[in-house]
Design a protein around this ligand. Structure first.
Ligand code: DAK
Length: 262
């Protein structure tokens, strides 16, 4: 891999987009390598993933404008599909993904962060969908995921004006969950990932699936999705261990239940 770093530490993996000279812009090779990296995650061991960008200036400064500038209509569509397929793979990864946004998250950078379950950022982060100023529409799901994340009116304003926003505004509109000083960002991301990884893995996976799948359908169908995923947790060792610990006599309770992923 030239542009992706992968590091596993216990149950938490960190994927770093590593193309700092181009502010981690997404070209075809980065997308291909990210795709392969996601396929190779050992889901029996890893329970939470952190996605970040190399360096202290940029998370991802967008799709690679140099590569896109000469595309034909057909090539543009193919490039859009490549990105969308990888982003969708990230979004539907069975385990949670935290975007640790350490600087620019513009265009495809904002879009990839929105394919993650949770976004936290550093104080120098900047978000935006500048595509309308480049003569294109957001092409990696921005029109869809931004509206679902911050609401239709705010998404339309940001996309039509192509205005970039700083971390505090991203926090105010609910695009990120928290803002940290740059030097604390990864520590905080790891802390959150470890907290997630401590919980019952099947339950966490089913929560992710229930939320994601439920948002695609009406409330009656969504409730059925939730019921099925709720039922799916029963008879698992995780459910027995979690409830067993709650019901155990006080002196036999453990603080952290050793969930086994089965
Ligand atoms: N692509 C390629 N290279 C980039 C880049 C990008 N998006 N962003 C930065 N770089 C490169 C710069 O060209 C420069 O390279 P060298 O000149 O050193 O070789 C290096 O990174 C450092 O950048 P700057 O010198 O510009 O650094 P500054 O600190 O002065 O400025 C900046 C930082 C982030 C404000 C500026 O670099 C910038 O405005 N970058 C572009 C941000 C942007 O507009 N991003 C959105 C890209 S559009 C679709 C599929 C996908 C998409 C759309 C359609 N379909 C096919 C349907 C997605 C579109 C986008 O993401």
């Amino acid at each position: 891999m030239d542009f992706i770093l992968y590091e596993a530490d216990g149950a938490v993996a960190t994927i770093t987009i590593n193309r700092p000279k181009a502010l981690n812009a997404l070209n075809s090779q980065v997308l291909d390598e990210l795709d392969k990296t996601l396929d190779a995650i050992d889901l029996d061991t890893i329970r939470c993933v952190i996605l970040t960008g190399a360096g202290d200036k940029s998370f991802v400064a967008g799709a690679d404008i140099g590569e896109m500038s000469t595309l034909t209509k057909a090539e543009g569509e193919a490039f859009g599909k490549k990105g969308n397929d990888v982003f969708r793979k990230l979004e539907t990864l069975p385990i949670p993904v935290i975007a640790a946004v350490n600087g620019f998250a513009l265009g495809g950078g904002c879009e990839i962060s929105m394919s993650c379950d949770i976004r936290i950022c550093s104080e120098n982060a900047m978000f935006g969908q500048p595509e309308a100023g480049l003569g294109i529409t957001p092409g990696f799901g921005g029109t869809q995921r931004l509206a679902r994340t911050v609401g239709v009116g705010m998404a339309k304003q940001l996309i039509y004006t192509a205005r970039n926003i700083k971390a505090d505004e991203a926090y105010r509109i609910g695009l990120v969950n928290a803002v940290y000083p740059q030097e604390e960002l990864m520590e905080q991301a790891k802390k959150m990932a470890a907290t997630i990884a401590k919980n019952a893995p099947i339950a966490v996976r089913n929560c992710k699936k229930a939320i994601n799948d439920g948002l695609q359908v009406d409330i009656d169908q969504a409730i059925v999705i939730e019921e099925k995923l709720f039922g799916d947790c029963f008879e698992t060792e995780d459910q027995k261990a979690g409830m067993g610990n709650f019901l155990a006599p006080k002196d036999q309770k453990v603080k952290v239940v050793p969930f086994k992923n089965c």
